[in-house]
Unconditional design. Structure first.
Length: 417
């Protein structure tokens, strides 16, 4: 039997090669069409300024809670006795649960533990889930946990609730700053971030007033219940609105990738720094802010002035798809080396020193080291990577760039000689 001639086998081989090229071209074409597709239109409710206002209000409520739990009206004072043997029962959380300074400090540390554990989790979920739904879930947890704080019956119960408050807050802090950075005018990004983070000291200050008023006129529990009612509409808002899309993430139906910017409370947890021996710097059994005068006020202003540039650097030192990780690492570092150990350590230190000035001086001396480290950054070369293309766009461009330079060669295989 005669063997097939080489000329008869060539067409079959060419057919196989062409069919293989067509099969490879189909996913490439799909990748080009999906990646070059225009981004989805903005929801009807959305304007950049409206988004900023909503996020600022939510951030304000978050930090009202921080200030309220540190206030005299809510945190209160522990049971104490004078030299004559006359004892006071104490007030607020400390008085009702008979907390030591160490236990009182653990409440803020419990909050930070929840915040730190949840931050990377929300950062990961944002890559595959709708970010606004994640915010809704987080704010719902926050609302229920705040209500639980008001209903607490023991120290450990309120400690667990404070941890869950941190979990709920992690979703919002992780996702809000990238949205603001994406939608702010190019020339006002830092200003918009500054407005967002201005809600931190403003919220803490308002929380002191709110906690003192509610705790003094009603009961410390009502302060937490009031916070839960204020946050409830925003928790619902996170579930019902059509979500936005973040820069640097591919659009996926019902699963949008959003950045987890645990944006970064940097110095934001200084609500506990203004409390020593369980007492606020303002109010009964504490010290009047007027006595501290200008130096302390100026110092607080300058400390919080670092927030906007620090957060801006965290957002712009990496490409858009890595912003959640950048902010999560920043926040975790801030709290692991800051708030988590500081509150109980301050309580122990104050128990031994029994002088708030010496305790405060020891605490603030660490800022000299921080200032020196930041000053080194002046001599480092920086590159703004915020405008880098996302990974999906890069892969799409790589596919598109495979086209031959000459139109006449479009039908030829790249490997053909």
């Amino acid at each position: 039997m005669a063997s097939p001639s080489p000329s008869s086998t060539l067409p079959k081989e060419e057919e196989k090669e062409s069919s293989a090229q067509q099969s490879n071209a189909q996913p490439e074409a799909m990748a080009r069409s999906s990646s070059t597709k225009d981004p989805p239109p903005a929801p009807s409710w959305f304007t950049p300024k409206r988004l900023l206002i909503i996020f600022c209000v939510i951030n304000m409520i978050n930090y009202v809670d921080r200030g309220a739990i540190a206030s005299n009206g809510v945190n209160g004072s522990a049971r104490s006795c004078d030299d004559k043997g006359i004892c006071t029962s104490g007030s607020g959380i400390q008085g009702e649960f008979q907390l030591t300074n160490f236990e009182d400090g653990l409440l803020s540390s419990a909050f930070m533990v929840g915040l730190l554990v949840a931050s990377p989790i929300f950062a990961s979920l944002a890559k595959s889930h709708n970010p606004f739904r994640l915010i809704g879930v987080g704010l719902s947890v926050w609302t229920l946990a705040a209500a639980g704080c008001g209903s607490a019956f023991s120290f450990w119960f309120i400690a667990i609730c404070r941890m869950l408050v941190g979990v709920g807050e992690a979703s919002f802090i992780s996702l809000a700053a990238p949205f603001i950075d994406d939608n702010a005018p190019a020339s006002q990004k830092t200003a918009w971030l500054a407005m967002f983070y201005m809600c931190i000291p403003s919220g803490v200050a308002l929380g002191y007033v709110y906690g003192g008023f509610v705790g003094g006129h009603f009961n410390w529990r009502y302060a937490f219940w009031g916070e839960a009612l204020l946050m409830l509409p925003f928790a619902v808002f996170g579930f019902v609105v059509k979500p936005l899309q973040l820069k640097g993430f591919a659009h996926v139906e019902s699963k949008k990738a959003l950045t987890s910017v645990e944006t970064v409370s940097a110095v934001n947890d200084d609500s506990e720094a203004s409390k020593v021996d369980g007492r606020s710097l303002v109010g009964r059994d504490g010290i009047s802010a007027d006595d501290l005068n200008t130096p302390c006020k100026l110092g607080e202003l300058l400390v919080f002035a670092t927030q906007a540039p620090v957060n801006y650097v965290c957002l712009h030192c990496v490409k858009p798809s890595l912003r959640p990780l950048s902010m999560a690492i920043s926040t975790v570092s801030i709290h692991i080396f800051g708030d988590v150990p500081s509150s109980p350590l301050v309580g122990v230190l104050q128990d031994h020193v029994n002088n708030w000035r010496e305790t405060a001086l020891i605490l603030t001396s660490i800022l000299f080291l921080a200032a020196g480290i930041w000053f080194i950054g002046v001599f480092l070369h920086g590159v703004d990577k915020s405008n880098d293309e996302s990974e999906s766009q890069v892969s799409a461009n790589a596919v598109a760039n495979r086209k031959p330079l000459l139109d006449g060669n479009e039908d030829e295989s790249p490997c053909e000689v």
